[in-house]
Design a protein around this ligand. Structure first.
Ligand code: PLP
Length: 409
């Protein structure tokens, strides 16, 4: 994968082993890991309850093509956390998004998907689109797009309600697919009232709203959706829900579930529907999902993780201010990110324009050389249940030194 090798410093970090919030490389260097597998290891590496459940389940079957009781438990628990009635399982968040989009098209009979500029939802064809001079085109680096992107996708800027309403008014959009806050171009938070306007505009035009909580689970046990009372029609999530074992889920509101059940007779379309896969909902990933949700990503753990996020944010904000740098820091729950521009961006485009690839690389290398692993090509840090105050304080110290050297203060 490109992100495995795109580290500054001439060669990538080769991992030897990881445990909790620490990672050791093959040369014996130890790092505090704030990257945490870009959220897939937000649980900390190899959390004990998940490892135990995996070992026990692996002896009792790995993939059976049959439902398990863990699936029932996980479906109920996801329903309790996120407020959606029914759930299906996949292996990656990319797949959960792809399946949710197919279902939205089937339900609405409409062809298009609306996404926000500079979004990321995995390798989903429809979402690799961008706005260039007002036109929807393939995003740079999009490998082999099957059709021109304006045939499948409408794109608007985040927080732009007027453009959203204008694009939905065409009546050809099956679903809006969005993160509740953008997290893949730095963190770009919704402005007050944006989610209300999004929900009202999607309801008015009978467009389904899919909320992708894969990263924003950092906001709490029920993600941003529960923390802010969102009411999506469908919700997708992957990455950390099984402690890093491939697992993902997509949930539906009761209304969507009933409409789908009426539309998709169980016997007729079971294996040609374009949904799911042979090893989706396998018993091993469901055992890991259950153990992770029950014992690792708990309410108590989020209390600890979010407090550490606040500590991390305060340390960075203080250093930025003391050294008079034109930067800022943003936090969403236990996810913190700094961006090299003075004001918070309102849109993905503003955030992209505020990027500084060279400075990014410098900070990453500076941190790596001092025992800290940040997420490649983001200045993003995540707190896990295993992260400690001392880990955060080490970052604060290193960031402060870097800021001092750069500012010459
Ligand atoms: C919001 C969001 N959704 C979906 C995905 C895709 O996840 P995966 O690569 O595990 O399929 C990502 C990956 O970064 C993501 O950030």
């Amino acid at each position: 994968m490109p992100w495995m090798v795109r580290w500054p410093g001439g060669f990538p970090v080769f991992a030897a082993q990881a445990e909790g919030a620490r990672l050791r490389d093959v040369d014996g260097h130890e790092y505090v890991d704030f990257c945490l597998g870009d959220t897939a290891a937000m649980t900390g590496h190899s959390p004990e309850p998940t490892v135990r459940a995996l070992a026990e389940q692996a002896r009792r079957g790995i993939t059976l093509m049959l439902p398990s009781e863990d699936a029932l438990w996980a479906g109920r628990e996801l329903g309790r956390r996120f407020g959606l009635a029914r759930w299906q399982f996949a292996l990656t968040a990319t797949d959960a998004n792809r399946f949710a989009i197919r279902l939205a098209r089937e339900l609405t009979g409409r062809p298009k998907v609306l996404v926000f500029n500079w979004c990321y939802h995995g390798s989903v064809d429809e979402t690799f689109a961008t706005l260039t001079d007002g036109a929807v085109v393939a995003r740079e680096g999009n490998v082999g797009p099957p059709v021109p992107l304006d045939e499948t996708t409408r794109v608007v800027e985040w927080n732009d309600v007027e453009a959203l309403e204008r694009e939905l008014a065409h009546g050809d959009v099956a679903c809006v697919l969005t993160e509740p806050a953008l997290t893949n171009i730095g963190i770009v938070l919704p402005e007050p009232g944006f989610h209300d306007a999004l929900r009202a505009a999607t309801r008015e035009t009978e467009t389904l709203l899919i909320v992708d909580e894969t990263h924003t689970i950092c906001a709490g046990p029920g993600g941003y959706t529960a923390a802010h009372g969102l009411e999506p029609d469908l919700l997708t999530i992957g990455k950390p829900i099984a402690g890093g074992i491939p697992a993902a889920a997509y949930g539906f509101s009761r209304n969507v579930a009933e409409r789908l059940e009426a539309l998709l007779p169980r016997d007729e379309r079971a294996d040609i529907g374009g949904i799911g896969g042979t090893v989706a909902a396998n018993v091993l990933s469901l055992a890991a999902t259950r153990a992770t949700l029950e014992h690792v990503l708990t309410e108590h753990a989020f209390g600890h993780m979010i407090a550490l996020g606040e500590r991390f944010e305060a340390g960075v904000a203080d250093a930025i201010e003391r050294h008079g740098l034109p930067w800022h820091v943003t936090r969403l729950g236990c996810r913190v990110e700094y961006l090299f521009r003075p004001e918070r961006p309102r849109t993905g485009s503003e955030a992209a324009a505020g990027g500084d690839a060279l400075l990014d690389r410098l900070i990453h290398l500076y941190a790596l050389n001092r025992g800290i692993l940040l997420t490649p090509f983001h200045n993003m840090a995540l707190m896990s249940p295993a992260t400690t105050e001392a880990d955060v304080d080490l970052h604060t110290e290193v960031f402060d030194e870097a800021a001092q050297e750069l500012a010459g203060t």
